[in-house]
Design a protein around this ligand. Structure first.
Ligand code: AMP
Ligand code: ZN
Length: 496
């Protein structure tokens, strides 16, 4: 089964055919680095990380470009006023670039904790001012933009006379106009939907650059058009981002590229659905954002406990990227348990010894396992359905556990089936899903040794009735996001 991708442009699942065989170019709108990323943002970036990983698993040579928006994004996504960085910089009395640096580093750290691979290129808006100016000049030269007092606007109505502006979200210009306010006397724009490609800067504006139209700064949408063209070409394979970006940001990107180059920039437009809290989209402006850090330490007042980055990643994988996903303690606890169960079965599976090439003792069971394993790729080829792959994996978990517990004889499965299961579990769990051992955290097991030591000290303290020390160890570990659990058999287990 060939890879199929749901294309927002056609509102259909389409077979994926890259422009250059064997190669894929993908552009994803990155974060606006004026604040910490919240878990909703992380959902989008995890979804595209899985897509990046799966394309690589399919042996494509992938160039994945994810930008950093460090200029031009104005308050309330408008065309006038302060940009988001300068506003915070002014409040904190620091340089805007200090804000950019702080949140870029913070973003990369969170991406690393969540085990998202770094993109192939991570371009910044401020590093590509000349490309944005050039593109704006070309759009003016082609007749789709106009200047008013040093600001350049894109002429949406003119563009729409030749090609449908609302093509991405399937809306007519009249419907789009309905949601906008009438232009007033002071408005510079000719049309209500016109948006700025370049904005004249007031002298006090902190981030500004020279241009043919005087000092100014780029609009938010032009950066993605200019940077995707620079690194992926005038036409490339996939453009992605959160669903909230489709109606304006991506609609404007298509219009800009089409007006500049007379081609549609991307063949496939992919949009991830929103992470919600009690059904409402998680967003910084609504104040319902959970920060990754608050989850990893359990410090958010609405959380019952801490959850590891891998639990969070697994939680996201359990839902298809185009469905909404609601965030709750219960859902995270279930994910924590699910991941533990999967990981334990994975470790058991890896220990199965494979000898010779005997036929399966139980032909029916063997065929069932082979069928389930084949379904991994089929489900991913069906628009990256990670949720279905996991469900299929969980159908194999009881088989693995039954072999471990001696309920099924080890030779019930053919050695080749066991080898294939081992290979596919590894490829999916580690390479495609990017899950890693929660417990050693990739530190060569040092953390495990330290934990054993702490558990020992706590046990000794308890024996001596030194409850102050034993409680201190437990509480401080909890504060760090490490939970101790006293088991029935007297042992102690721990989880992050
Ligand atoms: P921003 O930093 O606001 O430009 O957002 C970065 C990315 O996160 C964009 O692709 C957004 O569409 C996406 N995003 C924002 N909020 C959510 C959410 N609640 N769930 C999923 N993705 C989101
Ligand atoms: Zn963008």
């Amino acid at each position: 089964m060939a890879l199929k991708i749901y294309n927002t442009l056609s509102r259909e699942k389409e077979e994926f055919t890259p422009i250059t065989p064997g190669h894929v170019g993908i552009y994803v709108c990155g974060p606006t680095v004026y604040s910490d990323v919240h878990l909703g943002n992380c959902r989008t970036f995890i979804s595209f990380d899985i897509i990046f990983r799966y394309l690589k698993y399919l042996q494509y040579k992938v160039r994945y470009v994810r930008n950093i928006t460090d200029a031009g994004h104005l308050e309330g996504d408008r065309d006038e006023g302060d940009d988001k960085f300068s506003k915070i910089a002014r409040l904190q009395q620091v340089e805007p670039m200090e804000i950019v640096q702080k949140y870029t580093l913070g973003f990369r750290h969170v991406m690393q904790l969540l085990n998202n691979l770094p993109p192939s290129i991570e371009p910044t808006a401020t590093g590509h001012i000349s490309e944005q100016i050039e593109m704006t000049q070309q759009i003016i030269a082609n007749g789709y933009a106009y200047e008013v007092n040093g600001t350049i606007y894109f002429d949406v109505e003119k563009y729409n006379k030749e090609q449908p502006y609302g093509i991405l979200t399937n809306r007519k210009l009249d419907d789009l106009l309905e949601g906008t306010r009438e232009l007033g006397g002071q408005d510079e724009k000719r049309g209500r939907l016109d948006f700025a490609l370049w904005i004249k800067a007031k002298p006090e504006h902190l981030m500004q650059w020279p241009s043919p139209w005087g000092m100014g700064f780029p609009g938010w949408h032009i950066e993605c058009s200019a940077m995707s063209e620079k690194y992926l070409g005038k036409q490339f394979d996939i453009h992605g981002g959160g669903m909230d970006l489709a109606a304006t940001h991506h609609t404007n990107e298509i219009a800009q590229s089409q007006a500049c180059n007379h081609t549609r920039p991307a063949n496939y437009w992919m949009h991830t659905n929103m992470l919600t809290v009690n059904g409402t989209r998680m967003s910084k402006s609504l104040g319902n954002g959970f920060l990754p850090e608050e989850l990893f330490t359990g410090s958010h007042p609405l959380l019952d406990k801490a959850y590891s980055p891998m639990t969070v990643r697994f939680f996201m994988l359990q839902t298809h990227y185009r469905s909404t996903l609601d965030f709750s303690n219960e859902a995270l606890q279930a994910s924590e348990k699910g991941l533990k169960r999967l990981w334990e079965a994975y470790e058991v599976l890896n220990k199965f010894k494979v000898a010779g090439n005997a036929a399966a003792g139980d032909a029916e069971l063997n065929a069932k396992c082979l069928q389930l394993i084949a379904a991994f790729d089929d489900n991913m080829n069906d628009d990256f359905n990670t949720a279905k792959v996991l469900a299929t994996m969980f159908e194999l978990v009881p088989v693995i556990n039954s072999i471990k517990d001696g309920l099924i004889k080890p030779d019930a499965l053919a050695p080749s089936t066991i080898t294939l299961m081992q290979e596919k579990f590894k490829a999916y769990i580690e390479d495609v899903f990017g899950l890693k051992d929660n417990f050693s955290l990739g530190d060569d097991g040092k953390l495990s040794s330290v934990m054993e030591l702490l558990i020992d000290i706590r046990k000794e303290a308890k024996l001596k009735k030194d409850f102050a020390t034993s409680d201190k160890i437990r509480n401080q570990l909890t504060a760090m996001g490490i939970n101790l659990k006293d088991e029935k058999d007297g042992g102690v287990s721990w989880s992050i």
